[in-house]
Design a protein around this ligand. Structure first.
Ligand SMILES: Cc1cc2nc3c(=O)[nH]c(=O)nc-3n(C[C@H](O)[C@H](O)[C@H](O)COP(=O)(O)OP(=O)(O)OC[C@H]3O[C@@H](n4cnc5c(N)ncnc54)[C@H](O)[C@@H]3O)c2cc1C
Length: 656
């Protein structure tokens, strides 16, 4: 199948406007006759459901949690980008577009990213109007901070709880529509299959997680907003329930995946403490605005710290290696996440890790606290302030900015990060790959859309911080509501879709058969046993560093593990009750299939790049690194037969 991205013609800055001026619209009276299913009510699905219902469509929204407020989006800490240029530091739509494309190693679809940059400012206005309490500066204006990989301050934030506040905004917009009856909310319902009738997405099969009932739901279009699949690694910063099932089910029915192996490894997470851990905790990237990352310069100091003979605070400035500031003076500690993660791994692999496992570097706030303290002393006319007074004043400022993150760190690690540097190490955080979508956010199944982290379109091979919330909300509030109308304009006379069609019956049977298998298998090993094993293979062989031998092993080992799973998995309890192990079994079964695809994709990606390098296909070695990457993308796209993307990339190369 040839993929057609359906990117409109014309200059990149005019595409979205022209597109909106020429698409088909559905008139308000006809919207009342059209049903849309939205699977997922995180920031992407929540904003989409609220907006579609506000427009007049009948929305059925599904989430496996007991409330949309519990979607994984609530965990987002650091902030959301928007090209408002409130700081007057040179930001613009073009710069946000450029940073995002460059940050994604030139693997994103530029037209989508430009549109994202264009609507970013609207998101902030929308959320402020909803009452989202963004941080404000002394004068009462919205404040900004910086995130990695950029040279401006464009990140809007609400302390370390930005996702929570944004989600409450989207949730209140949804609630208005739930009260009006325009959204029918199905909490604790898990979508287990999509139903395709005459080649179009026309419904889903869902399981009521409380009663165990299997239900059929029909609609004129289905939107998947089910989030990322980082939990294929077992340990990640994602919520425990985050999974790939909805995306995987549509994949198996014809929706293509794109770049499944592109995973973001976040540099600032609390290091793993042992084998029985089931969750990793993020320390927001915003901390790199003020925290300085270092390891000791000398191996003797590393050993002394590990053995408890020295404390990090005993080391002088000269004895510390601020390796990011040393290597990347322009960006310093705010290099993009992939660069910071690789650099931490490199230092730890070289033996400089500072905790017992050897997998930790320091994130130190002492300089920032002193700097803020001195500022405050001046502001308050305190002359000859003692070091202790300066520290006290500075600590207050740091507490205002990051207090909840510091508290979280102290609770987990039992160390006071105001007094001793935090320890951090990279961890799996975000999946840039996902369901392939065209410019309309439609998958390769007509009428099936995919938005938010679940799709692949905007972040390329690496995501810059604070851009996921932006994408989820752009998709839900400002993009999908237009693009879906263009498709639904053909459906105004279709009428209700019956759930008695044979396609619904067949899909329901598939779901029921699988559930019956799990309940009756009576194997000897728990679902978590398999999930952990899969996670180990993924992290060790398909994680931060990947090589040919490791990937080949991973492909084989995952396939063997999957076979063992289907023979020996044990699921306690019954199917007509709340049974979390049963739900997990289905999710892990899908992870076991995704894992193999993931490793194969990584293998192909690596080999394509190897061929390019070996055959010296990058003829002009004088190009800057960014331009080389553009050329790699061009060749990769060509080899994958994605000619449309190839042409766009060439245009982009010329322009810059
Ligand atoms: C700790 C942490 C901090 C982060 N901080 C930031 C940040 O500061 N800035 C930023 O831009 N990004 C941040 N991110 C990334 C960002 O939070 C996510 O990418 C984003 O919230 C994903 O939103 P979403 O709506 O696509 O998915 P989610 O919020 O994951 O929502 C998924 C929804 O799908 C539902 N669902 C899933 N499968 C099914 C199914 N089969 N049936 C029914 N329902 C289903 C769930 O119930 C849920 O409602 C952070 C991520 C983490 C892990």
């Amino acid at each position: 199948m040839a993929l057609d991205s359906k990117v409109p013609k014309g200059p990149i800055k005019d595409k979205w406007t022209d597109y909106k001026n020429h698409i088909n619209l559905v008139n308000p009276a006809n919207k009342r006759n059209i049903d849309i299913i939205v699977v997922g009510t995180g920031l992407a699905g929540g904003s989409a459901s609220a907006t579609l219902a506000e427009l007049g469509y009948n929305v059925k929204a599904f989430a496996y949690q007991d409330s949309p407020r519990r979607a994984h989006s609530i965990a987002a800490q650091g902030g959301i980008n928007a090209a408002k240029n409130y700081q007057g530091d040179g930001d613009s739509n073009y710069r946000l577009f450029y940073d995002t494309v460059k940050g994604g190693d030139y693997r994103s679809r530029e037209a989508n990213v430009y549109r994202l940059a264009e609507v970013s400012a609207n998101i902030i206005d929308q959320c402020v109007a909803q009452g989202v309490p963004f941080a404000r500066d002394y004068g009462g204006l919205l404040d900004n901070r910086s995130f990695g990989g950029v040279l401006v301050s464009r990140t809007f934030y609400a302390k370390g709880q930005t996702g929570q506040q944004l989600l409450l905004g989207a949730y209140s917009a949804m609630n208005r529509q739930i009260a009006r009856g325009k959204i029918e909310m199905f909490n604790r319902h898990e979508m287990l299959d999509i139903v395709i009738v005459d080649g179009k997405a026309r419904g889903i099969i869902a399981r009521n997680l409380v009663t165990g009932e299997i239900e059929r739901h029909s609609a004129h279009a289905v939107v998947i907003a089910s989030g990322g699949y980082g939990n294929v690694y077992f340990l990640s910063t994602n919520a425990m329930g985050s999974n790939v099932t909805a995306a995987w089910k549509i994949h198996k029915k014809g929706a293509y995946f794109a770049n499944p192996c592109y995973t973001q490894i976040h540099p600032t997470c609390i290091p793993r403490s042992g084998d029985y851990q089931s969750k990793l905790t993020l320390m927001s990237e915003s901390l790199r605005n003020d925290g300085r990352i270092w390891v000791p310069k000398n191996m003797e100091d590393v050993m002394a710290i590990r053995e408890g003979r020295k404390k990090p605070t005993d080391l002088s400035e000269e004895q510390r290696d601020y390796y990011l500031e040393r290597r990347y003076p322009a960006f310093g500690n705010l290099v993009p996440r992939d660069v910071a993660s690789r650099a931490a791994k490199e230092r730890c692999d070289a033996g400089y890790g500072v905790n017992a496992t050897g997998e930790a570097v320091y994130l130190d706030f002492a300089s920032a606290i002193t700097r803020y303290g001195k500022d405050q002393a001046k502001i308050h006319n305190i002359t000859n302030a003692s070091d202790a007074k300066i520290y006290e004043l500075g600590q207050k400022i740091v507490e205002e900015k990051y207090g909840n993150l510091f508290q979280m760190y102290e609770k987990i690690v039992d160390q006071d990060p105001y007094k001793t540097p935090m320890m951090i190490y990279p961890a799996v955080h975000y999946t840039m790959g996902g369901v392939w979508v065209d410019y309309n956010l439609m998958t390769t199944i007509p009428g099936c859309y995919c938005i938010g982290e679940a799709n692949f379109s905007d972040h390329g091979a690496n995501r810059l911080g604070a851009s996921a919330l932006m994408q989820g909300l752009a998709d839900g509030y400002f993009v999908l509501p237009y693009t879906i109308g263009d498709y639904l304009a053909d459906d105004i006379r279709t009428g209700k879709i019956s759930t008695d069609l044979p396609e619904f019956e067949a899909a329901e049977k598939e779901v029921s058969d699988r559930i019956n298998f799990f309940i009756n298998n009576k194997g000897t090993k728990s679902v978590d046993y398999f999930h952990k094993k899969l996670g180990n293979i993924m992290w060790n062989k398909c994680g931060m560093s990947r090589n040919e031998a490791g990937l080949k092993e991973a492909i084989e080992e995952i396939s063997e593990l999957r076979a063992e799973f289907w023979k020996d998995v044990f699921v306690p309890g019954g199917d007509k009750e709340f049974n979390e192990e049963l739900a997990k079994a289905g999710r892990v079964a899908d992870f076991l299939e995704l894992g193999e695809l993931f490793a194969k994709d990584a293998y192909i990606e690596m080999n394509l790049v190897a061929v390019i390098l070996e055959k010296n296909l990058l003829k002009n070695q004088d190009h800057k690194w960014e331009k080389q990457n553009v050329m790699i993308k061009t060749i990769l796209s060509f080899l994958r037969g994605n000619v449309k993307v190839t042409l766009q990339m060439q245009f982009y190369t010329k322009k810059n």
